[in-house]
Design a protein around this ligand. Structure first.
Ligand SMILES: Nc1ncnc2c1ncn2[C@@H]1O[C@H](COP(=O)(O)OP(=O)(O)O)[C@@H](O)[C@H]1O
Ligand SMILES: [Mg+2]
Length: 273
């Protein structure tokens, strides 16, 4: 089922050059879509349009058939689409983790008793159930970001949008957040739209959308996208190191077996030689 439909999306800040120039895409329910593109290509603008923080200048986005970016539907959209941004510190409002997670549902008018259940559900989903009474400011970057995700999950969204949500984290924090998101997608069927510049994260996606100067230039599976090494390079994007090494080896006549997307694929392929 098509859950998100973006049609001919334009967005212009302050009447300057458009940040998005006629973007069209759909996202299926339960799909994991990665969005990549150089700085200023329009990724964050798209994230803000997806939950109605911004309204399209032209074109439409619908989520489950509901038009996004209209004041009348804002509440319904916020219930369905949760966005996690780059810096967890800017997203924290409370001094205790459980209050932080409760903040969103309270604003949506969820009854007190249900909020309690949602806090437990959301904190266990991100593996932070033991931190209910903790002070957010004392947590590590990865833990804070997992709390930010829990805050969004407490809204029980059908769609989770991550705008470079792992960019400020160390490799451990990035791993924690990434595996949390993958679990939510696989086990709870949450649709994921993950904006990232870490190519390793892209390998986990069902599909990739490549933006450049406000336009969608490619879309395909990670494998299809990584075959476009030259084109990506021209856009200032790199393929994952494992993919690069595998392609180089193939060019040299080394018989690499199967598709190599990740380091472990590469290790496996090399062991078979
Ligand atoms: N608040 C803003 N006001 C004016 N221009 C902006 C604003 N935010 C982004 N832009 C411009 O819109 C374009 C797309 O930016 P953005 O969506 O943030 O790209 P990305 O997230 O891919 O780096 C850029 O040219 C950027 O300078
Ligand atoms: Mg951005």
């Amino acid at each position: 089922m098509e859950q998100i439909i973006a049609k001919d999306l334009y967005f212009t800040y302050d009447k300057q050059t458009p940040a998005l120039k006629g973007v069209n895409f759909t996202v299926q329910k339960g799909e994991y879509v990665a969005i990549i593109g150089h700085n200023g290509s329009g990724k964050s603008t798209l994230a803000r349009l997806l939950n109605g923080l911004l309204t399209p200048t032209l074109g439409t986005i619908t989520v489950d058939g509901i038009v996004v970016g209209d004041k009348k539907t804002l509440f319904e959209v916020r219930k369905r689409v949760g966005v996690v941004f780059q810096n967890p510190d800017n997203q924290m409002v409370a001094s205790i983790v459980e209050d932080e997670v409760a903040f969103g549902p309270e604003n949506l008018g969820v009854p007190r008793k249900e909020i309690k259940e949602r806090i437990d559900f959301a904190l266990s989903a991100v593996g932070m159930q033991d931190f209910k009474r903790a002070t957010p400011s004392r947590l590590s970057g990865g833990q804070k970001q997992r709390i930010a995700i829990a805050g969004v999950l407490a809204l029980k969204p059908d769609v989770l949008v991550l705008d470079e949500a792992t960019a400020m984290l160390d490799p451990q924090g990035r791993k924690e957040v990434l595996s949390t998101v993958q679990k939510l997608n696989k086990e709870q069927g949450v649709t994921v739209v993950a904006i990232t510049h870490y190519m390793e994260e892209v390998t986990k996606a069902d599909r990739v959308i490549v933006l450049s100067d406000g336009e969608m230039v490619f879309t395909g599976t990670p494998k299809e996208i990584f075959l476009k090494q030259k084109e990506l390079k021209n856009l200032g994007l790199e393929v994952p190191l494992a993919v690069y090494i595998a392609q180089k080896l193939k060019e040299q006549g080394v018989e690499i077996d199967g598709d190599v997307l990740t380091q472990s694929d590469l290790a496996e392929a090399l062991c078979k030689l």
